[in-house]
Design a protein around this ligand. Structure first.
Ligand SMILES: [Zn+2]
Ligand SMILES: [Zn+2]
Length: 344
């Protein structure tokens, strides 16, 4: 089969590799589509996955769907359209037993399909049937490529204290930031603003039209403008970048007694933070990662029921042969990529 193999730093080659073999408890699919994720970029830059031992013909991809070609003993039927939840949770630890599979003691933020084992940038995939979910007909292959970022946004909104008529600020302009905006509007935000440093990425957001206001994250008068526009601060602020500077922008926008929900992963182990301001203003800090297994199925349902139109957020659809190009585009300062989906 064809696969987009990560052969070195910033290098993907389309190679012929063996079709993965079936095993008990597994399911084999012919892949239809796979979304390109920001977290893939880190592995692409490093030229390797997160598996402790190097894998043969390692190919990434964790935002994929396909058609069952061998159901094994799973109960799925040949021809079923399925997507896989990438989270390789153990199912046995205290977190898993409490329905918090995203906090599984075995996962550590990297134990995902396409991170520690081969993923969806290939023609076929074999994975644990327990991680597979049937796709309703109203979820297209391309939309299925958005389930992974949407689940992150969905969990973040549910982690927050957001109530009807609250004012919401989203710091960041990437796909997660924009999906959080879309969901926050659905959840009843009365005013929705975005703080961003890259104007090009907001093109899609302006086209979709959920956000009421935009702030320039580099503006020295940022704090005053945010406080004025929100008449004293935002009730809930989402941090969807993962940097000290964007956390500072959250602090500038949040209202006393308000909440900052942190979704962005930092590339450095520590970031500067105005501790006293958070304490004196009783700002609540909430972490948010991935989603629970239950929320994963609910995310599929959000798309299936048309509560969120996932395809609106797609900025490019490319064939597998252009996977290297898709990654180059993703980091190019001249491009404005929100979400690329690879069609197979
Ligand atoms: Zn992803
Ligand atoms: Zn577990």
């Amino acid at each position: 089969m064809k696969a987009g193999v990560l052969t070195g730093p910033q290098r993907i080659e389309i190679r012929r590799v063996p079709v993965p073999e079936m095993a008990p408890g597994m399911l084999k699919i012919r892949i239809s589509a796979c979304g390109v994720c920001g977290s893939d970029i880190h592995m692409w830059k490093a030229g390797k996955g997160w598996s402790p031992e190097p894998l043969d013909n390692f190919h990434m991809g964790h935002e994929f769907c396909g058609v069952v070609v061998d159901p094994g003993d799973s109960g799925f039927q040949i021809g079923d359209r399925v997507t896989f939840w990438a989270n390789l949770y153990c199912g046995k630890c205290d977190m898993c037993r409490a329905g918090k599979e995203h906090l599984c003691r075995d996962v550590h933020g990297t134990n995902y399909i396409g991170f520690v084992c081969n993923g969806g940038y290939a023609e076929y995939f074999v994975g644990k049937a327990g991680n597979a979910y049937k796709l309703p007909d109203t979820v297209s292959d391309v939309a299925a490529g958005l389930i992974d970022p949407l689940m992150v946004a969905y969990h973040a909104v549910r982690q927050s204290s957001l109530k009807l008529h609250d004012k919401v600020l989203v710091v960041g302009s990437g796909i997660i930031a924009q999906l959080i905006g879309g969901l926050a509007k659905k959840a009843g935000a009365s005013a929705l603003a975005m703080s961003r440093i890259d104007e090009r990425q907001t093109g899609k957001a302006r086209e979709i039209g959920d956000f009421d206001a935009y702030f320039d994250g580099n503006d020295p008068d940022r704090a005053a403008k945010m406080q004025e526009a929100s008449e004293g601060g935002f009730d809930v602020v989402f941090e969807a970048v993962g940097a000290g500077e964007s956390l500072a922008a959250c602090m500038d926008g949040v209202k006393p007694g308000g909440e900052i929900v942190m979704i962005g992963n930092s590339m450095t182990p520590t970031v500067p933070f105005e501790l006293n301001r958070a304490v004196l203003h009783e700002v609540r800090l909430t972490g948010s990662v991935s989603c629970t297994r239950k929320e994963f199925t609910e995310t599929i349902d959000l798309i299936a029921k048309g509560i969120i139109d996932a395809e609106k957020y797609v900025t490019g659809i490319l064939p597998l042969d252009q996977l290297q190009h898709a990654f180059e585009k993703q980091i190019s300062p001249a491009e404005s990529v929100l979400k690329t989906v690879i069609r197979l």
